[in-house]
Design a protein around this ligand. Sequence first.
Ligand SMILES: *Cc1c(COP(=O)(O)O)cnc(C)c1O
Length: 405
Amino acid sequence: MATPSEPDAEQSLPRQPAGASTLAVHAGEARQKPGDAITDPIFCAATYTFRDTQSVIDFIEQKQPREEYGRYGNPGEKVVERKLAAMEGGESAVLFASGMAALVGLLMAKLSAGDEIVFFDECYHRSREFCAKHLSRFGVVTRQVAACDYDAMRRAITPNTRLLVSESPTNPHLSIVDLEAFVAIGRETGAETLIDATMATPYNLRPLEAGVDYVLHSATKYLGGHNDLLAGVVIGREEALEPVRKLRGIMGSINSPHNIYLLQRGLKTFELRMQRHNENGLAVARFLAEHPRVEKVYYPALETHPYYDVARRTMRGFGGVVTFQIRDADWRETADIVDRVTIPRIGPSMGGVESLIEQPLVMSYYECTPEERQQFGIPDNMIRLSCGIENAEDLIADLAQAMAG
Ligand SMILES: *Cc1c(COP(=O)(O)O)cnc(C)c1O
């Protein structure tokens, strides 16, 4: 019987190139599964047993691909890793317990004392914190430069620079990295490149095709898509990811079998959800751009966006996140609008079917000084709305009443 742990001819890998939904539904899965079920089983196994001593020896001598112990992997994880690699167009994927676990796992596996990394500064605040407070304790130097300032990135590179890191789009400003320019700097200087494409997803952006070495996603967001799980993934060349996979087996930053099943299930509707997120984001951004109470909208499809051209050239759609500022409003008047909406829930995160709204000042930057908030580009009157898959007209009517109040 073919089990999902055997990446063999029994896999229902669709003809390449296949569409995003065909891959999301079928890639990585065995055609015939245990129990003849259409779905993959959830293997609740902490350990895997061997028929006899010779089987153990065969496994150790790598003659036999199979599971050994839960921390090193489980059959469901391999299915989802193959699916995510296929969706991203990469050779291999390593799944982690969260997006942060993926980032920490990759950086810890790739960097040693004396190494340096250069980061574009518009980034997830915990990524910044990990580099500044923790990687530094192990002698790794992080240099932050302004997002999308390629000259500044070049100037920050030294002979010790191993890795260039950015998100694209960035959060919450939705700046878009010109991947060609970014990859070119890496190639000129011999540094590897990492794009955290959580906000874009493989539907909207193809970093590996642009030559980026590693793509990282918080699968907690659009990939899982239902605000019901945390997971993270790094995708790239098999050989380059081998040390990352090995370190994960030591750190134990793995997902439970149940969590992996939820992710696999969430992925089935990935393209449908992304199409709706893209439509909703665009419709809401256009509505806000015309609204008299709105001072500024950050959405890459708007011609007023500073990275409109790069976005149009390199992305298929722009996702569900729309950031905006309320004209002449202090933090309290801005909070009042957040409090008056009835469909989006107030909370951090994004990329799920439910819309979420937050005021970055309060949600992520409350403990920063006003100077730090200015440095990070977080004004008091900024709101970040992550459109879910509700109907755009309802989201727009809700925003209209919240701003009329
Ligand atoms: C949420 C997020 C992360 C962290 O992912 P978790 O799954 O919450 O650990 C990293 N990068 C970006 C861009 C994110 O939005």
